[in-house]
Design a binder for this molecule. Sequence first.
Ligand SMILES: [Zn+2]
Length: 89
Amino acid sequence: MATSTAPHFHNQPGVPQVRVGAKEFMCIGALPPLDHPHIFIDMGADADAICPYCSTRYVYDAALGGACEPAECVFAPSTGKAAAASARI
Ligand SMILES: [Zn+2]
């Protein structure tokens, strides 16, 4: 399946809901090492989904095109360290 290429999102800021531009994605809860088990969420026919681990409500917004709002909630496993480092500068 597309789990390996699905976008990863987290809710490190602790916002009530995160708008995402994908209906299929991974939720990791918070930035490592505080992340919960990375689970695949598929909204299917719905326009929103609630993560069973962190209770973050994800709302689909096609206009975001794979990104999310707040934008900082995107997590890129392969470039996570670089992104985190640049974000602190
Ligand atoms: Zn979660």
